[in-house]
Design a protein around this ligand. Structure first.
Ligand code: SAM
Ligand code: SF4
Length: 474
């Protein structure tokens, strides 16, 4: 208990989640149709919604209104993000853990799980395998354990950036790990991390206490809720929030996430870069209570409502979900997905086609290859992107600039998406995928206005296809 009490918080840290208030908002009756449509219109004019307005959308369960909410989310996605979709892969570094999270295969008391931490050589091998598939963006995932301190995380990041195989390189390393203190965040920032993600899992206090025993590090609700505020204070202005859907009422968790986003925005002038909304999956030795499991329809609603509530925040959909569902909900405002993912430690070189529960944190719903997912995305009209330009040029934190600055997406995001896609097609794609991709690139170029930008892009694509030049961005 002493150690927990000594952990430092951000300046003026407060527990800004008021369960009674959020529950009260959820109990209020839905506004009439006109009221819901006004809220949808506000969101379509790209203004973030207030908590009360989000609660009103959550209360609107009339099928016609729900369909209008879905359609608005699709429209906002098209208008704000266009048809780009950023791709990444998770890389599990180690599964030792001091916590007892009731839902996770890595919890300390699980004797069935095979514990392992990648050593430097193994880490390089995993990264090399990922580069050979065409990945450019990774998220490193860690259990919570003293051996995975900030210094260790920073060293892993530097090792990853140092691996270069053929034309391959990892250009952005994000982190999903335990909350750090201020010095810890400074250290990982120096190593060049992209986003630091900490999911609050459930914003509902009583449920939080039930699934995270009080004697564990994660049992301290405020320390975890404050994690990304400390990150902001330490200069990490690129952070990701998330909730694990299935632990408590999904509507409450949506309000928790939106409250968290608004809190960061109000306090630090920068909202979260991304929101994640993982759904609880089967895991080694775990039979989660069914009471709050989120069915597909509710899952679609929560994604659409999050999209409308925080129009400028990136949304991450993971391979926990089945391919068919991923395909459908992507259109609701998702901006990033993982593909070709393996979450067994060492899984990119050692796993076969089957998943092994004793080696992974939970079971994945989509283990198709990156090439297959890319081909499907392009067939559906998306531009898969590996762009890392903003982060490399220091355009972080104010990620909303891409939406705020007129023409930003046209001038930077789309050309960069096309050149990173072209790298994939030249270096890693199967013939079938390359053929689909080249057609897409041509069609996108045909849609561009004539001028300097188009000429420059065409020149870059020619250099990528005929020389060893890579990593050309605006
Ligand atoms: N150990 C760190 C922590 O708990 O924050 C970092 C990463 S943890 C390995 C990554 C995330 O996986 C957790 O934050 C949780 O939301 C999610 N997770 C855990 N068990 C899960 C399960 N059974 N199904 C789906 N997601 C799960
Ligand atoms: Fe450990 Fe994270 Fe799993 Fe909890 S969710 S048991 S902290 S790895």
């Amino acid at each position: 208990m002493c150690a927990l009490a000594q952990m430092t918080l951000s300046e003026g840290a407060t527990d800004f989640i008021d369960d009674a208030r959020l529950t009260g908002l959820l109990r209020e009756a839905a506004p009439d149709r006109a009221g819901v449509r006004d809220i949808i219109d506000k969101s379509l004019s790209k203004q973030p919604l207030a908590i009360e307005e989000t609660a009103d959308l959550l209360a609107a369960d009339d099928p016609e209104l729900v369909e209008e909410i879905f359609e608005a989310a699709r429209r906002l996605k098209r208008e704000v993000y266009g048809n780009r979709l950023v791709l990444f892969a998770p890389l599990y570094i180690g599964n030792h853990c001091v916590n007892e999270c009731a839902y996770c295969g890595f919890r300390r008391s699980n004797r069935d799980v095979i514990r392992r931490t990648l050593n430097e050589t193994e880490l390089r091998q995993q990264v090399a395998a990922l580069e050979n598939h065409g990945h450019k963006r990774l998220i490193l995932v860690f259990g919570e354990h003293p051996r995975y301190d900030a210094d260790f995380i920073a060293r892993c990041v530097l090792t990853v950036y140092g691996v270069r195989v053929g034309h391959g390189s990892i250009r952005r390393v994000n982190i999903n790990a335990a909350p750090l203190d201020h010095d810890g965040y400074r250290l990982v920032k120096e190593a060049g991390i992209g986003t630091y993600q900490v999911f609050h899992e459930t914003y509902h206090h009583e449920t939080y206490a039930r699934v995270h025993p009080a004697h564990t590090r994660k049992g301290d609700y405020l320390y975890r809720l404050d994690a990304l505020s400390r990150a902001m204070e330490a200069g990490v202005d690129d952070v990701g929030i998330g909730a694990l859907f299935g632990l408590y009422d999904w509507r409450f968790e949506v309000l928790g996430l939106v409250s968290h986003a608004l809190h960061l925005q109000e306090r630090y002038g920068v909202g979260p870069h991304t929101i994640s909304f993982p759904r609880l999956r089967p895991a080694s030795g775990i039979d989660p209570p069914r009471e709050h499991l989120v069915d597909d329809h509710a899952f679609k609603r929560l994604i659409a409502i999050l999209r409308l509530s925080v129009p400028y925040t990136g949304m991450i959909l993971t391979a926990r979900e089945r391919p068919e569902l991923r395909r459908e909900v992507m259109a609701f405002g998702v901006s990033q997905i993982d593909a070709g993912s393996r979450i067994e430690i060492g899984g990119y070189t050692e796993a076969g086609d089957a998943q092994c529960m004793e080696r992974e944190q939970f079971e994945l719903g989509d283990i198709r290859s990156l090439d297959t997912v890319m081909r499907e995305l392009m067939t559906d009209g998306y531009i898969p992107s590996f762009c890392t330009a903003c982060y490399r040029l220091g355009r972080t934190g104010e990620h909303f600039m891409e939406f705020a600055i007129p023409g930003f997406i046209k001038r930077f995001c789309t050309p960069n998406a096309l050149s990173t896609l072209d790298e994939f097609l030249a270096d890693y794609a199967t013939n079938e995928t390359r053929a689909v991709g080249r057609k897409l690139v041509e069609a996108e170029i045909a849609r561009m206005d004539e001028g300097k930008l188009k000429t420059q892009l065409l020149d870059r694509l020619r250099r990528i296809e005929t020389t060893d030049e890579r990593d050309l961005f605006f």
